[in-house]
Write a protein that binds this ligand. Structure first.
Ligand SMILES: Cc1ncc(COP(=O)(O)O)c(C=O)c1O
Length: 397
């Protein structure tokens, strides 16, 4: 890994009111409350970020350094995860070109590594003294790991019933772990109310501008892994929606750099039936999603009752002519086993939810047999002993 990266970041821009801010100071939201997005000099970036140059770069997310926000790099080797052709699962679904991008292969076992690598790198560069986040589990583990490497204290606030592995990893990395009786939204409130008096810089989903920058690299990688094209359909398990919004942003940047044209993959959000605010809002034709009441699901990463970037997720789904699908816990658990047995993949429940969505959309012929479909397994099953115990109790196989 290079000591200093070449970034072409120019400023931050509000995703709602378009107000701009300097990028070289720690900031959270826009004054209007909208999430801030990093903007780059893409003309300059395109000069050095070429297919030719990519050939000789390391196989991790920092290979896209021109369109990442920092010169500093705190890394555990995240990114460039495998894309597997899921032939047996595809055969069962009648899909010849079904692929799974296995984000469980990232450091700390989930795609959250990408976002936190970018956020912590930037926070270190801009002088943050302590970092804090609410978490459904995996974001906390990732923050704790990168903060450890950066030598910055981290405070992780999680619901009391978060999977045990997430709590253990945070403690192992030396973070200050606080467990609350409630949901991630309650943990978010706790961080917001306590950050100023404690001097924490908040890295909460979309309240911090750079996690999305790490997550967008999934979109850049797909382009490379599909040989300079994008797939027809992307199915993504959506909680706060950072991966979805990030990939959508990546495609816009790639078009501006002349890598792709106007065409986009159809973006599909999958959520759990017990917490499906985006699916509900999509079906009702709404532009944002109200707080989901009594959120409950085995897929802990999808238990996000209110996403700050709901309007951005819904925009990406609609502009891409995509869709939104709910999967019940029963469907998720049964499909986790089927995926493991057919593909040798021990997925997170959130990842299995994407297979449920593919099944439903293929059955309706919304996905055609020859469409190139990419599912995101966002986490590794080894972190979900509680869910897997339940899955394996339900029936003998
Ligand atoms: C394994 C897993 N998948 C999906 C999600 C949802 O991610 P996002 O906030 O990008 O929608 C999470 C969030 O915690 C997660 O841990």
């Amino acid at each position: 890994m290079k000591d200093k990266l070449q970034t072409s970041i120019t400023h931050l821009e509000c995703s709602k009111c378009k107000k701009t801010y300097a990028h070289n100071q720690l900031r959270n939201l826009c004054d209007c409350g909208g999430p801030l997005l990093a903007r780059y000099d893409l003309k300059a970036a395109a000069k050095t970020l070429t297919r030719e140059a990519l050939r000789s770069r390391e196989a991790n997310m920092w290979r896209y350094e021109e369109v990442l926000p920092s010169r500093e790099c705190v890394s555990l080797g995240e990114g460039m995860t495998a894309v597997l052709h899921a032939k047996r699962m595809g055969e069962a679904l009648g899909l010849r070109n079904l692929y799974i991008k296995d984000e469980g292969l990232n450091p700390t076992g989930s795609f959250k590594a990408r976002g936190m690598a970018a956020a912590v790198s930037r926070a270190k560069e801009l002088g943050a003294k302590a970092l804090a986040t609410p978490t459904a589990g995996n974001a906390g583990g990732a923050l704790a790991a990168y903060a450890a490497q950066a030598g910055i204290p981290a405070v992780i606030v999680m619901p009391a019933d978060t999977p045990l592995a997430n709590e253990m990893e945070c403690r192992a990395f030396g973070a200050d772990v606080r467990k609350l009786n409630g949901l991630i939204s309650d943990c978010g409130k706790y961080v917001a109310e306590n950050k100023d008096k404690n001097g924490w810089y908040e890295v909460t989903t979309l309240k911090e501008p750079y996690r999305i920058e790490g997550k967008k690299t999934m979109g850049y990688e797909l382009w490379e892994q599909f040989d300079g094209k994008l797939p027809d359909v992307i199915i993504y398990p959506t909680g706060g929606g950072v991966g979805m919004i990030g990939m959508w942003k990546a495609f816009e940047e790639m078009e501006a750099m002349g890598w792709i044209g106007h065409g986009r993959p159809r973006m599909v959000t999958v959520q759990a039936s017990g917490c499906a605010p985006i699916v509900d809002a999509f079906e009702k034709g709404e532009e944002s999603a109200p707080m989901w009441q009594n959120a409950a699901t085995i897929a802990s990463g999808l238990r996000v009752p209110k996403a700050l970037g709901d309007f951005l997720i819904l925009q990406a789904i609609r502009e891409s002519e995509g869709s939104a699908v709910a999967a019940s816990d029963e469907e998720i658990l049964a499909t986790s086993k089927e995926l493991a047995a057919k593909e040798g993949m021990y997925a997170a429940p959130e990842g299995a939810a994407t297979v449920v969505a593919a099944k439903k959309l293929a059955a309706k012929n919304w996905i055609k047999p020859d469409d190139r479909v990419v599912l995101f397994n966002t986490g590794c099953g080894y972190k979900y002993n509680e869910a897997w115990q339940k899955a394996l109790k339900n029936g003998s196989k």
